[in-house]
Design a protein around this ligand. Sequence first.
Ligand code: SAM
Length: 343
Amino acid sequence: MGKSAKDKRDIYYRLAKEEGYRARSAYKLIQIDSKFDIFKGVTKAVDLCAAPGSWSQVLAKKLSRQNSDKNDVKIVAVDLQAMAPIPGVIQIQGDITNVSKKNEENKDSSEQTDVVFLPTCFFLFITVSFISFFLLILFIAILQVSTAEEIISHFEGEKADLVVCDGAPDVTGLHDLDEFIQGQLLLSALNITTFILKTGGIFIAKIFRGKDVALLYLQLKIFFNDVLITKPRSSRNSSIESFIVCRDYNPPDGYEPMMFNPLLEEKEDEYFENIMKCPNNYIIPFIVCGDLDGFDADRTYPLQLESGKDYVYREPTQAPINPPYQKACQMKKSSELLKPQLT
Ligand code: SAM
């Protein structure tokens, strides 16, 4: 396949390179903004699942352009993968599903307390206490701050106006599983958002519109007065992704944000009890965004887009740093992935 074949097949991939974005996803956020004006009045933003960083690039560009005092602007980007630096963006390499270690710490110490009180022999008691104390010190030494707490620490008590999350798991092709994992990511993003978003703030997140998304919508509707789904023109029709646009953050009265993974931890009963209180008859509006006369993500365009303007091939703006597929690429290059020939 020629170097320019992908430029021809994927117009947004090509535009991203021409305009210096690290990924074609940049246009999804740009088109969501053109429809919903999400950057209006925003000085502080969080980009969850940000690598390779094209949404952070858009945020940095927009926020620095619209705020004359650059000191007011704060952008925090988080991803499992390492990201090349972007001026004006604080980067955290971490897992957004990584919840507070404080609960684990408490659990550990209570288990240790049980162990301490079990032996009847005084000598054993001293030995166990000593070992427990040593383990506790070791545990505290290796204790890492959870991703959520790290994000919060960068805001120094202030809250964000906007949280965006383009998170996607490595898709397996098993739709139910992919949708479930995507749902988990979205809930983790929502969980972090409840700590860092100011009242009235906006939350945008990728969502896979599968058969079970109704529950996710309902959960979002508890926290935001206005929830809708949008599909930017730059998102291919063949992709099940859409984006949820949640405006006017307004958690229920008395809601206390909790550091836990909403689906996987013991407090899920408490969480769902909360959720079930909401009315279940809300129909989420679905809106297409992006100029309808603009480029269509599913079309193939000629290399020469305008007459008189020659096509020039450009390398991608920023190659990913240590992507998870790196080993597979190396193996492919050295023909290690070839199937053994049957003789
Ligand atoms: N918005 C990005 C951009 O414009 O460059 C593209 C994001 S990419 C579609 C999805 C990202 O989600 C990947 O970089 C992946 O590492 C990240 N991701 C998936 N699960 C994650 C998790 N649990 N915590 C943090 N990042 C995660």
